[in-house]
Design a binder for this molecule. Structure first.
Ligand SMILES: *Cc1c(COP(=O)(O)O)cnc(C)c1O
Length: 386
């Protein structure tokens, strides 16, 4: 069987939790979603959490909650999944990118500052910046936070990879350095609900707004209505919202999965350390984790110095032929055809371009066996010695 780059891990407890909802509870809009929200917010140390049907929806509503609109500008990292940028475009805003730091592969705070100084001169400051904790490695949030005060922008953390990661000894998701933090529960991510996501915040106002937009912009609370309730059946639509709800079936799986997150991270860290120790060829550059950060190890990206892009294609094919499903996270967002008309220039993002040439995602998931991993390492070493 082919070794995938990422895979979920489901056990009997997970199955039983889902069956319990199917047999005994509401399938959606019952009490399991609120329970999952409480569990995740207390795990992360945030005041509020809103479960959604994906991280993409969470990013969209995070932008809506911060009133991102036509005429506004949003910045993110080019080395991310497209959803990190699309959320701004959903709201009619303009998207721009800040190049990455070659050591962390995350948005570079120094380049961010330089771009902010320039943007201020041109009256083009962003309303929101979306740092992405790539592979589960937290961005330099305290620096980005200070810049947000100096240049007056809000922060949405795209922590789709980073549930369980730590920064300055506290958990990502506590929103100490952001208005909103977003997680994904897609099966390749840290824990899964099939599809699913969550937005966390310490602001009561943002919480209320995301909750409203999650369900059509409909409210049953009289204090939000423009007149007295007409009867017990009464509700009002007061905003243009969506159906971005998570089901109770999914939330049951999420609650059960969350119990195992620490084990998942421990297994992933052990495997990551084995890669770092055993990939000996000087051609491989393995990740460096700064002292103030703990990665959740969602992805293991190694950088390979190759003579050409062709050689990278050959390496990919060689590994896939050996039933090792490597991957590449990510193609710079600005190079996708949809983004072609926006006028981005590759030359403005030299670190992202270099990253794209060198990066390779090796299989990493909680139940990857040492045997499978050793095979991957052996094949890589063999290729590099050719
Ligand atoms: C997976 C991912 C998303 C989108 O998550 P979904 O839950 O699939 O919508 C957004 N941003 C990043 C960085 C991701 O990896």
């Amino acid at each position: 069987m082919i070794i995938p780059y990422g895979r979920h891990e489901i056990d009997n407890d997970d199955v039983n939790s889902v069956v319990e909802v199917l047999e005994n509870k509401f399938l959606t809009q019952g009490d399991v979603v609120p329970e999952f929200e409480r569990e995740v917010s207390s795990f992360c140390g945030a005041h509020h959490a809103i479960a959604l049907n994906s991280a993409t929806s969470a990013l969209h509503l995070a932008c809506r909650a911060l009133e991102v609109k036509r005429g506004d500008i949003v910045w993110t990292s080019p080395i991310s999944f497209v959803a990190s940028a699309n959320c701004a475009i959903y709201c009619g805003a303009k998207i721009d990118f800040v190049d990455i730091n070659p050591n962390t592969n995350n948005i570079d705070p120094t380049l961010l500052k330089l771009k902010l100084i320039k943007a201020k001169k041109n009256n083009q400051l962003p309303k929101v910046v979306i740092p992405v904790h790539l592979c589960g490695l937290p961005c330099e949030m305290s620096t980005i936070w200070e810049l947000s005060k100096e240049f007056n922008f809000q922060i949405i953390e795209d922590a789709s990879h980073a549930l369980g990661a730590e920064y300055n000894s506290t958990r990502i998701g506590n929103c100490k350095y952001s208005s909103i933090t977003v997680f994904s529960f897609h099966p390749v991510k840290m824990i899964t609900t099939g599809e699913g996501g969550m937005a966390l915040t310490n602001s009561r106002e943002i919480y209320e707004r995301i909750k409203l937009l999650r369900s059509h912009g409909i409210t049953k609370e009289s204090k939000l209505m423009d007149k007295e309730k007409e009867g017990p059946w009464y509700y009002q639509q007061i905003e243009l919202g969506y159906n971005y709800r998570m089901t109770d079936i999914q939330a049951a799986l999420g609650i059960s999965q969350l119990k195992k997150l620490e084990k998942f991270i421990l297994n992933r860290s052990t495997l990551a350390e084995r890669y770092i120790k055993n990939l000996k060829s000087s051609k491989f550059k393995t990740p460096l984790i700064p002292n103030n950060a703990k990665s959740s190890w969602h992805l293991f990206v190694v950088k390979i110095s190759l003579n050409s892009f062709d050689e990278k294609r050959i390496l990919f094919e060689y590994l896939i032929k050996n039933k090792i499903q490597v991957n590449l996270h990510y193609i710079p967002i600005y190079s996708h055809p949809f983004y072609k008309n926006f006028g981005f220039k590759k030359e403005d993002f030299p670190n992202s371009e270099k990253y794209y040439k060198e990066a390779l995602t090796l299989p990493l998931f909680s139940n990857l066996s040492f045997l499978e991993q050793d095979k991957i390492i052996t094949k890589l070493e063999k290729f590099s010695n050719k």
